[in-house]
Design a protein around this ligand. Structure first.
Ligand SMILES: C[S@@+](CC[C@H](N)C(=O)[O-])C[C@H]1O[C@@H](n2cnc3c(N)ncnc32)[C@H](O)[C@@H]1O
Length: 240
């Protein structure tokens, strides 16, 4: 009899942003396999004696390859009742959760997916940025900035009111230049939210032109919001 693997979203970092279900599973887990975006404050919730394994893939750094992660999960499900695969934010947003679920289900291992607060939206709300706003932004898109710059057709995002870019720190100058080239205004305001919801959170504002000229100092992880909604934040909601 194999155990169940729970693909759990850990939210953006602050343990108070875990769902009640995520917290319950984490506290009761026999084994936890987490990626690098899961904060230490969240991992401390696992009870002592739990097998906790970092299988994180850091940008440009050492990685546990996806095939190995898949096999580690299968092997853990053969030894434990409750295996938690903990991913930053939501497990299905740039999280490869679907691949892991498919791999496990193909081996008759029970899988349950538990959503989490994605950095792509939750961090904006904490910062008082309304991703949609009457008369300002009728819609939004969440897009990866990681693909090689030539791979993304940025013209698809030229007219979307609010653009939320994940994994875009390294390519930010090229992305900003591409967005201006496809018609977005160079004076359009943008905001980076670095290490959102953690004690060291930092927010940086810059226009697209300023980013294109290399004038911003940002480190990963950061969510980058492009659009008029970043001009006036809702200060009464924003965490100080
Ligand atoms: C591989 S994606 C995973 C996204 C995750 N599944 C989610 O729903 O938030 C990693 C990217 O998410 C963003 N990110 C995740 N957590 C973050 C945080 N606490 N602060 C800022 N950006 C974060 C960054 O853009 C980072 O490069």
């Amino acid at each position: 009899m194999t155990g169940t693997v729970y693909l759990v979203g850990a939210g953006p970092g602050d343990p108070e942003l875990l769902t009640v279900k995520a917290q319950r599973l984490l506290v009761g887990a026999d084994a936890v396999f987490h990626d690098h975006l899961v904060s230490d404050d969240v991992l401390r919730l696992a009870r002592s004696g739990t097998e906790v394994v970092d299988v994180g893939k850091r940008p440009g750094g050492a990685a546990t390859c996806q095939d190995m992660i898949n096999e580690l999960l299968v092997e853990a499900a053969n030894r434990h009742d409750v295996v938690v695969r903990l991913k930053g934010g939501d497990p299905l947003i740039f999280g490869r959760g679907a691949e892991e679920a498919d791999h496990l289900r193909a081996r008759d291992i029970a899988v349950e997916i538990v959503p989490g607060i994605t950095s792509a939206l939750g961090l904006l709300t904490i910062a008082g940025v309304a991703v949609t706003s009457r008369g300002v932004a009728a819609g939004f898109a969440v897009v990866t900035g990681r693909r090689a710059i030539g791979d993304t057709d940025w013209s698809r995002y030229a007219r979307i009111d609010t653009l939320v870019i994940l994994m875009g720190v390294g390519n930010r100058a090229d992305i900003a230049a591409s967005l201006i080239a496809v018609g977005r205004s160079g004076t359009e305001p943008t905001m980076f939210i670095e290490r959102g919801s953690m004690n060291s959170e930092r927010r940086v504002r810059a226009t697209l032109t300023e980013v294109a000229r290399g004038g911003t100092v940002i480190s990963s992880p950061a969510v980058w919001v492009v659009g008029e909604v970043t001009r006036d934040t809702i200060e009464c909601l924003a965490k100080t």
